[in-house]
Design a protein around this ligand. Structure first.
Ligand code: NAD
Length: 357
């Protein structure tokens, strides 16, 4: 049984390994893509793509950027700034971060297993606006002669509307519950945010919309995270809440992310960084990257079938007890990055054989 017709023009996937463990984890994603391609899926992986190639691709798969060799550079020369610039240049305004608890890894969470069992939250974070990009910003001398730093938080009506729409669309395909997070008791930006999200909600009567202040949301995420289905929020609040949610699921090495533009072109990347402490040692967990690939098939290529097969394969290898060091409990046997990648490829094809029978 093959994945898809060979006649379709292949979609182009740019692979940007980046720094540190980036090369190792992207190699595992490339291995899976190559196997899918040989099996007839109309895709064309472009290894070690340049940024200009990434712009022309249908989707981009990024490893991670950053590392100690850049630490001495000024902020504007660091690779993280390059990443912010790509997100902005490609118009990637919607960041999707699922936090999912796998039964096999419940004990790796910092919360009690009974609090996280079955957790499946999707955080939709606005990515190109808010205080991170607002102007004016900088330093100035105030009336008292003191130096002060300042930034500007702002959101326009249209920026809020388009991210709210993404939130509703995703909620519609899940449990139909959307929680919009803001700070409308203090911030004018948030008052507008709440008004616009409420207005967009009128077009989505099948989705149950609620609003929550960000401080309460931070607390509720650790008190009872399973109350959430989809959370939609701005750039700053989403940055913090999505990192908090990632810890609920156990290891940072398990969590994928997607950043989408208005046409669903996307940049897909694991949420973790370049992990310089384990780079080049065949220790990195490639599953967050492989799960990012699954998101790519679901959100950019509209192939939920392929996404589900990859996700099932990940569940299968975890069920078989395969663990990289970051998700292993004391006494459990540990395998390396390459072995984990091979196991997933094997499980994807195991699944196909089972389905074909
Ligand atoms: P990190 O996510 O790289 O590492 C944090 C810890 O998690 C480390 O102990 C690391 O070994 C471990 N870890 C991370 N990914 C893992 C994986 N796949 N498998 C097993 N263990 C894993 O965060 P950091 O150490 O704060 O940052 C290192 C560099 O990465 C910095 O330069 C930072 O700016 C950059 N960074 C980049 C991105 C990105 O590219 N989007 C995101 C976060 C951090």
């Amino acid at each position: 049984m093959r994945f898809g017709a060979c006649r379709e023009a292949p979609v182009k996937i740019a692979l940007l390994p980046g720094d540190g463990i980036g090369r190792e984890i992207i190699a595992e994603a490339a291995k899976l893509l190559e196997r899918l391609r040989r099996d007839g899926l109309p895709i064309e992986p472009m290894p070690d793509a340049t940024l200009s190639l990434a712009r022309r691709a249908d989707a981009v798969m990024l490893g991670a950027v950053g590392g100690p060799r850049y630490d001495a550079l000024p902020r504007e020369s660091r690779p993280e700034q390059g990443l912010l610039a790509i997100r902005k240049a490609l118009g990637l305004f919607a960041n999707l971060r699922p936090a999912l608890s796998y039964p096999e890894l419940e004990r790796a969470s910092s919360l009690k297993p009974e609090v996280v069992a079955g957790l499946d939250v999707m955080i939709v974070r606005e990515l190109t606006g808010d205080i991170y990009f607002g102007a004016p910003r900088g330093r100035r001398t105030n009336a008292a002669g003191e130096t002060e730093g300042f930034d500007t938080m702002h959101y326009s009506d249209s920026e809020i509307r388009r991210i709210a729409q993404v939130g509703f669309e995703i909620a519609r395909k899940r449990q139909k519950k959307l929680c919009s997070v803001d700070k409308a008791n203090v911030l004018d930006t948030s008052i507008l945010w709440r008004e616009v999200v409420t207005a967009v909600g009128k077009d989505h009567p099948d989705v149950q919309l609620s609003h929550m202040y960000v401080d309460n949301a931070a607390m509720q995420l650790v008190r009872d995270p399973r109350q959430f289905d989809v959370i939609v929020t701005g750039n700053l609040f989403g940055d913090i809440l999505s990192d908090e949610a990632s810890m609920l699921a156990g290891s940072i090495g398990m969590l994928p992310s997607a950043s989408l533009d208005a046409n669903r072109k996307g940049l897909y990347e694991p949420i973790h960084g370049s992990a310089p402490d384990i780079a080049g040692q065949n220790k990195a967990n490639p599953l967050a990257t492989i799960l990012s690939l699954a998101m790519m098939f679901r959100y950019t290529f509209g192939r939920a079938d392929v996404a589900e097969r990859i996700e099932q394969a990940v569940r299968k290898v975890l069920g078989q007890g395969l663990r990289t060091a970051d998700i292993a409990l004391p006494g459990e046997r540990v395998i390396g990055t390459r072995e984990m990648g091979d196991a997933v490829v094997g499980a994807v094809y195991g699944n196909i054989r089972e389905r074909a029978r």
